[in-house]
Design a protein around this ligand. Structure first.
Ligand SMILES: C[S@@+](CC[C@H](N)C(=O)[O-])C[C@H]1O[C@@H](n2cnc3c(N)ncnc32)[C@H](O)[C@@H]1O
Length: 232
């Protein structure tokens, strides 16, 4: 498998207007690429940061069985309304993963909420409570230690992250920090760099991505990292 891939950054699914200001999805093509590589029909695919459901919808469309957890009620409800496997989306907190009756899954794919190193809010409370970057990195270990119990032995866990650059040019090395933090609880296989291909991408202007830095497709960068871990 190549250690980089070019993917178009555009969204097939239209969102209702109430979500357009808070569109934090990744493109369907990203999910399709990894589901093709790592899963087969009938596999159980889990996203513990379900967001607006991209992983679940693509998984269902590809004949996999989707499962997800989402903390924000209106996003959970949006997914539930549109998913065939309605009972498989849980309104809950990834920090309490073992409280939910999720069956053993074959593959996990998702993108956590991001945090700049000096941000005051805790992303794992949907930015509703105070937090710190150090606590955020520890919470990853709490969440993914529980995830180990939910996933089948030796299954693959893929985590989408990015380094972040703000308007002042200050960088948070989130991708590398999360990578190191998770390596303490999971076996790190390596990263795939996702290059948002401007030749094929539709402009994201007007999509209200509040974090977007002018001239880039992401958080100050044109690439993300898909960190791959194995449950062993
Ligand atoms: C980057 S978004 C994921 C977007 C998703 N990949 C998509 O394409 O729709 C991260 C999501 O994680 C959710 N989240 C944050 N903290 C959480 C927690 N403790 N448990 C479960 N979900 C959480 C956020 O509400 C947000 O919807």
């Amino acid at each position: 498998m190549k250690s980089y891939v070019f993917l178009p950054k555009y969204f097939k699914a239209e969102l209702p207007s109430k979500f357009q200001k808070d569109d934090n999805r990744f493109p369907e093509a990203y999910v399709e690429y990894f589901l093709k590589k790592y899963t087969k029909k009938g596999d159980k695919v889990l996203d513990i940061f379900a967001g607006l459901g991209t992983t679940l919808f693509v998984a269902e469309k590809m004949g996999r069985i989707p499962f997800g957890v989402e903390i924000v009620e209106k996003r959970y409800q949006y997914i539930k309304d549109r998913l065939e496997n309605k009972e498989n989306i849980i309104h809950g907190d990834a920090l309490k993963l073992l409280e939910y009756n999720i069956p053993k899954c074959d593959f996990c794919f998702g993108s956590p909420p991001f945090m700049m190193k000096d941000d005051p809010e805790n992303p794992f409370t949907a930015y509703q409570e105070e937090g710190s970057y150090q606590q955020y990195l520890k919470d990853f270990q709490t969440i993914f230690s529980q995830l180990k119990e939910v996933m089948k032995p030796n299954s693959i866990i893929a985590v989408d992250v990015a380094n972040l650059k703000n308007e002042r040019g200050e960088v948070t090395t989130l991708a590398w920090d999360v990578g190191k933090s998770l390596s303490k609880v999971l076996h790190f296989l390596g990263e795939i760099i996702i290059i948002w291909d401007s030749r094929e991408s539709k402009t994201v202007d007007g999509r209200s991505e509040p974090w977007r830095i002018e001239g880039t497709f992401g958080y100050g960068y044109d690439h993300n990292y898909c960190l791959l871990y194995q449950n062993k």
